[in-house]
Design a protein around this ligand. Structure first.
Ligand code: NDP
Length: 417
């Protein structure tokens, strides 16, 4: 089966390592903006895999550039692990060239000052009640096009979204008649030793974390100020951590796909030093996404900041500690109330030894490969646009155990108030 992977950053590196372990993928083309990164990775993996590896340059912002390489490669499936800005162009190219589409993050506009985009965004903010720059409406709008083409688009197969949504489908299938409350907990207990760095693409990460929080309750969104809601939680393998409520994309799809759910929240852990740095950068305008004039040219502050911060792909050797990511579900089974926590604990250094990347890239790259394999093998099939909770969770849960993200179920978890 021929696979085209677009992007060759932190997440892509792990996803491609894992694709090379899966005999389903017999030919893999790695295409990205900077071809030298693709060449270096292909060189490292040749000899360790039976898959044929090729590389190419692509500008994923350009439909023409994408079609050119897709016509050369003729992929069965395209895994988009570039940036959310490119989701729609890549989906368009997949439709044009007859390939299935897989990604790990929903569409986000790069230029949030574009008046045409802004008008749609502001209407959505009013109608739906959350102000995040990203939402599923853009990609769900491709439903009919993918159906008509007989192709599958699988959205958001990273850890969160991705595994957290599969955990939800699994909990509903095996543990509950109805799920009423979902708390998604994302804890990174890792330490990279830098005063400030982000674990994945800094631009995407800082845009997400500095935005308003929100959660789903009784059929509508409740929005909060950034970091307004804080809780403490004692994570298995990590210990006690502060965590903060964020808006997160899987809340939107789970609210649609988990019947009778009353509340869905998402919490992420942050240390005080991270928050102080981020607040300071925000206060001085360094998180700005609009161009500013500087010495005769235009620069976008957050892009300049990205150039100064450590490359997330370089954090691997220096990050120690563990992650613990999972979902606490509360609901009813056979008329009785119950709660469970399904989660994975991942060790940064073990991920580094295996793939040269830290656990954030690892916990996203492994499910990126698994989701791609589900589509490529036809285990998950059906024309249209899907989120990961819409398919049978069992084969995906088995693959998580097989490919490095084993999960556990705690049937008596401490709840979050
Ligand atoms: P990186 O910045 O490390 O990698 C992005 C890659 O995409 C780089 O290789 C970059 O090229 C390439 N790229 C960017 N723009 C273009 C373009 N126009 N044309 C071609 N290639 C391009 O990001 P990450 O690996 O950290 O993240 C990848 C994706 O994973 C993001 O969408 C992120 O939101 C998502 N993610 C999802 C998570 C989840 O759990 N669901 C968690 C973490 C991340 P270059 O090398 O030249 O810069």
């Amino acid at each position: 089966m021929k696979l085209l992977v677009i992007g060759c950053g932190g997440v892509a590196t792990v996803a491609i390592h894992k694709c090379c372990e899966n005999p389903l993928f017999t030919e893999i083309m790695i295409a990205s903006r900077t071809k030298s990164k693709c060449d270096a990775l292909a060189e490292k993996l040749r000899g360790r895999t039976s898959a044929k590896l090729t590389t190419a340059t692509v500008n994923a912002d350009s439909f023409e550039s994408l079609c050119e390489i897709m016509k050369e490669c003729k992929p069965h499936t395209v895994l988009n692990v570039a940036l959310p800005y490119q989701d729609l162009t890549i989906m368009d190219a997949c439709l044009e060239c007859g390939a299935n589409y897989v990604d790990t993050a929903n569409y986000e506009a790069e230029n949030t000052d574009d008046p045409e985009w802004r008008a749609i965004y502001e209407k959505r903010c009013k109608e739906k009640g959350f102000t995040a720059y990203f939402d599923y409406s853009w990609q769900w709008a491709y439903q009919e096009k993918f159906k008509k083409a007989g192709l599958t688009a699988l959205l958001g197969t990273g850890f969160d979204p991705g595994v957290t949504s599969v955990y939800s489908a699994y909990a509903l299938k095996h543990y509950f008649d109805e799920i009423h409350y979902i708390d998604i907990l994302d804890c990174n207990g890792g330490d990279h030793g830098y005063p400030f760095a982000t674990n994945f693409n800094p631009e995407i990460n800082l845009r997400e974390v500095s935005a308003n929080g929100s959660y789903w309750e009784n059929g509508h969104w409740v929005e909060t100020k950034p970091m307004e809601i804080k809780r403490e939680y004692d994570f298995d393998g990590v210990g006690m951590k502060d965590m903060y409520l964020l808006h997160h994309e899987e809340i939107e799809s789970l609210a649609k796909n988990i019947p009778n759910v009353k509340r869905i929240r998402f919490f992420m852990t942050f240390g005080q030093s991270y928050l102080t740095h981020m607040q300071c950068l925000q206060n001085v305008g360094m998180l700005g996404t609009s161009p500013v004039h500087f010495e005769g040219r235009e620069i976008v502050p957050i892009k300049f900041l990205k150039a100064l911060l450590p490359d997330p792909a370089s954090l691997g050797p220096r990050t120690v500690g563990k992650t613990n990511i999972g979902c606490i579900f509360r609901g009813v089974k056979d008329g009785k109330e119950k709660s469970i926590y399904i989660y994975n604990v991942c060790d940064h250094q073990e991920c580094y030894k295996e793939t040269g990347s830290q656990a954030i890239s690892y916990t996203t790259g492994v499910p990126a490969m698994i989701g791609t394999a589900m589509v490529a093998s036809g285990t998950w099939k059906g024309p249209g646009v899907f989120n990961t909770e819409e398919f049978d969770p069992d084969p995906y849960m088995d693959a998580l155990n097989k490919y490095g993200l084993p999960w556990q179920v705690n049937e008596n978890p401490v709840l979050v108030d």
